[in-house]
Design a protein around this ligand. Structure first.
Ligand code: SF4
Ligand code: SF4
Length: 444
């Protein structure tokens, strides 16, 4: 078995055994769903319904104006009882549509029984994906139809499905590959057709041999699709690192995967596309891992979008010990949230609850110039120098040091024996460089 990888990166304790062997549980649908109007990168949607209106399951309830946008749909049938501002897993406050579940599960008219998918053109496929509100479900939440729109002078020759899931604790994609391999392969086939490409790859780390086997068997249905087995290493699932490991191509600094003829999507996105293409079902549910040492029973759930983190935590038996923090996503690139009264959104792959002892912040020591952070950086940066420049607020110098190429993977900070919060300094520098660029373009 060939095991491809990228340069740099680190080996992390996985904690995957907490949930990887338990079949996904369908979470009971709550009485109230809180569906945010912003669940994608780009301008938020505007409400498409009024308070008091009855809605059906799968009905469009929020629509966006810009091209980089994705509509949102009701994940139950019921009544719109409120439109309010509430906290989002990203940390911002966004408008949410509250739907009281009438438990009728009455589908919107747009949801239909099986369609003849053979006759669909690439344009029709892209239009279905747009109308289904599908976004990158690995966490990036970039509207999927935008990614598939033709770019002049560029041809996609490879579509890569990301089945890496390199963040510790998270296993929802792993379970998806075990439980829905045929839907993943079908979804990859639709993506390939939507972008006129004949080659599909599925990147999976070698710590998931059962998923590799399942996907290899399912891939036999499509001769253009194969599985690439990757070495277990963090951040193997980052877009540029995955592309290099699977194809040997380097995405240029500041460039998009299309620059090297590649499109990358998550395995969960492929399943959402299959549901949309074959049945007209929009993106209204997703797989979510609930894990960490601060939760009684870690598990994977199939959850309706708009379900509160609270409901999932309760279903998992509640908190153990004293909670240090709750993270939306993985421990490396996820966001710490300050309440569990926030809804699951399209990009929520996991909810981690950490007990006080594991989340403890330890003391910082001076740099010992060991260069471990440099060796670990998958973006070929010098994190130690960038952090020193950022501390001195030398933003232009950090820009010259390529700070904007940082993918914020946190490998440098994790490996640093002096426990220097390198990523924190680098993030600050990136924000300062971005702000300076905005000012300059506004002045022109
Ligand atoms: S500098 Fe950025 S890309 Fe490099 S290891 Fe640190 S966080 Fe990751
Ligand atoms: S890993 Fe930490 S101690 Fe080592 S060079 Fe980088 S910043 Fe310095």
């Amino acid at each position: 078995m060939r095991r491809a990888t990228f340069r740099g990166g680190i080996h992390l304790p996985g904690y995957k055994e907490l949930t990887s062997n338990s079949a996904t549980v369908v979470l009971p649908v709550p009485d109230k769903l809180y569906i945010p109007l912003s669940q994608h990168i780009g301008a938020p949607c505007a409400p498409f319904v009024n308070v008091g209106e009855r809605v059906k399951k799968g009905q469009k309830i929020g629509v966006g104006k810009g091209f980089v946008s994705a509509p949102v749909h009701s994940s139950v049938s019921g009544t719109v009882t409120d439109i309010l501002i509430m906290e989002h897993p990203s940390g911002s406050f966004v408008p949410c549509i509250v739907v009281e579940n009438d438990r009728q599960e009455e589908w919107a008219e747009s949801v239909k029984s099986a369609t003849d998918t053979e006759i669909l053109s690439p344009e029709e496929l892209r239009s279905i994906i747009l109308n289904a509100g599908i976004v990158g479900m690995g966490g990036a939440t970039f509207p999927t139809h935008v990614k598939y729109s033709p770019v002049e002078g560029r041809q996609v020759d490879t579509v890569i499905l990301n089945g890496v899931e390199c963040e510790p604790y998270l296993t929802s994609d792993h379970r998806l590959m075990l439980e829905k391999p045929e839907q993943i392969i079908a979804g990859l086939g639709y993506i390939m057709k939507a972008v006129n490409c004949r080659k599909g790859l599925i990147g999976i780390e070698d710590n998931k041999p059962d998923a590799v086997e399942k996907m290899q068997n399912a891939a036999k249905a499509n001769p253009g699709i194969s599985v690439v087995v990757l070495k277990e290493k963090y951040p193997q699932g980052s877009e540029k690192q995955l592309i290099y490991a699977c194809t040997g191509r380097h995405v240029p600094v500041g460039g998009l995967p299309i620059a090297v003829g590649v499109i990358v999507n998550n395995v969960a996105t492929a399943v959402a596309i299959t549901d949309a293409v074959e049945h007209g079902i929009p993106l209204i549910e997703r797989y979510v891992t609930v894990s960490g040492d601060g939760i009684v029973t870690p598990a994977n759930y199939l959850v309706r979008i708009g379900t509160l983190f609270n409901d999932l935590i309760l279903q998992s038996g509640g908190f153990t010990g004293e909670t240090e923090k709750i993270i939306a996503g993985g421990p490396m690139m996820g966001k710490t949230v300050f309440t569990s009264h926030i809804p699951v959104v399209k990009g929520t792959s996991g909810i981690l609850v950490m007990q006080k002892k594991t989340g403890k912040i330890s003391a910082e020591y001076p740099c010992v110039r060991c260069a471990k952070c440099v060796d670990a950086c998958p973006a070929f940066l010098e994190p130690t120098s960038l952090a020193k420049l950022a501390r001195r607020r030398l933003w232009k110098e950090t820009e010259d040091g390529d700070v904007m190429s940082c993918i914020e993977c946190g490998s440098c900070a994790f490996i640093c024996p002096s426990q220097i919060p390198l990523l924190q300094h680098i993030r600050r520098a990136k924000q300062a460089v971005l702000a300076a660029r905005t000012l300059t373009s506004a002045a022109q």
